[in-house]
Design a binder for this molecule. Structure first.
Ligand code: MRU
Length: 348
């Protein structure tokens, strides 16, 4: 995967601009959005043109530069600039990385936009390094526990290079396993309603030449219980201190099925996704998206006119169903009964 989801493009005009790969049109078209205003950035985040927790972290950090550059062009006072940065920070609520990315660079605003941009670039570089390290640790963890020459892995949503600064988390683990010659097949949940699995994960796996099949989300439980997969590997949007995991809606069902089948559910995420301020998952805000995303496909309505859609974008998998959380700091095993604080004490 050579395409970057989020990048500061120095070639645009005199100070550069934020460049986003428009993930709403993949895999049909490869198009980029040049973002020069807070309105455009918030719109891109809400429409999921940029998405995935770590990519949102980088977009948030670079979004502060977007706000500063727009503020300078339009003569904003400090209060207005602050309010616009807050709009970026709150554009989507569930992935902690977005607020984390904004907060990481915000203290540097007094030093000027170049200092903020430099730090935002560090955020991106650190994310890639974290992804590569956690992928190695997670692959080791899986291979120590699953006695098969090549693994059959189920994944849900897209936690690949497109969802991060580069490399990927859950798909980073798959890429690491593939590089070691240890992947047989990846079962890709299509991820209704916006098809991040069918459109984006399948695209990334195809680019990497990794064997995969796309299945409807409702096939996940039976694929797991029929013994068609050896483990599930997913990303995360926010991990509470006790190991509860918020991720794309449907992850909970995958976790329940894995528990019943006795196979591991491994959550792969950079440390920036861990939110120690949340004791457990019960206070994580779950984004609810427009019902029309469920009652139709694109512009075509599929449900009867009077039917309303219910569209929570995420769910919370309790720690007791999470076999392992792999971050760049190590692997912890919440389901092993370590209890509250387990994510704070990585084993490696
Ligand atoms: O709504 P999305 O596409 O932003 O949801 C993305 C997910 O749920 C991912 O699994 C998560 O952000 C981890 S990405 C490395």
């Amino acid at each position: 995967m050579s395409l970057l989801a989020v990048e500061w493009d120095d070639a645009v005009e005199h100070r550069g601009a934020l460049r986003l790969l428009d993930q709403t049109v993949l895999p049909d078209r490869t198009e980029f959005l040049v973002v020069r205003t807070v309105d455009d950035l918030v719109d891109a985040i809400v429409r999921l043109a940029v998405r995935g927790a770590p990519a949102l972290g980088v977009a948030g950090a670079m979004g502060v530069v977007v706000a500063m550059d727009q503020g300078e062009r339009e003569g904003w006072d400090p209060a207005r600039l602050d309010a616009e940065v807050d709009r970026v920070r709150h554009a989507r609520p569930t992935a902690v990385n977005l607020a984390w990315g904004v907060d990481r660079v915000r203290p540097l605003m007094g030093e000027g936009r170049d200092a903020v941009l430099a730090e935002a670039r560090v955020v991106a570089a650190e994310d890639e390094a974290a992804n590569r390290e956690l992928s190695r640790l997670a692959a080791d963890w899986l291979l120590e526990r699953i006695d098969r020459p090549r693994l059959r892995v189920l994944t849900h949503c897209n936690a690949g290079a497109l969802a991060t600064s580069a490399w990927g988390t859950a798909l980073g683990v798959v890429r690491e396993l593939h590089a070691r010659g240890r992947v047989e097949l990846v079962h890709v949940d299509e991820t209704r309603p916006l098809l991040q699995g069918a459109r984006l994960t399948a695209y990334e796996l195809a680019e990497e030449g990794i064997p995969h099949v796309v299945q409807v989300d409702s096939a996940a439980a039976s694929s797991i219980l029929r013994g068609l997969v050896d483990c599930a590997v997913v990303g995360a949007d926010r991990i509470a201190a006790n190991g509860d995991v918020a991720n794309k809606v449907g992850t909970l069902g995958v976790g329940l099925a894995c528990r019943e089948a006795g196979i591991p559910l491994l959550v792969a995420a950079p440390w920036s996704t861990v939110d120690l301020a949340m004791a457990d998952g019960s206070s994580i805000e779950i984004e609810e998206r427009p019902g029309e995303e469920v009652t139709g496909e694109g512009d075509r309505r599929t449900a009867p006119a009077g039917s309303r859609g219910f569209n929570p974008a995420f769910d919370v998998t309790p720690a007791r169903f999470v076999s392992a959380v792999a971050t760049e700091r190590g692997v912890v095993e919440p389901a092993a009964g370590v209890g509250p604080g387990s994510v704070q004490s990585p084993s490696a």
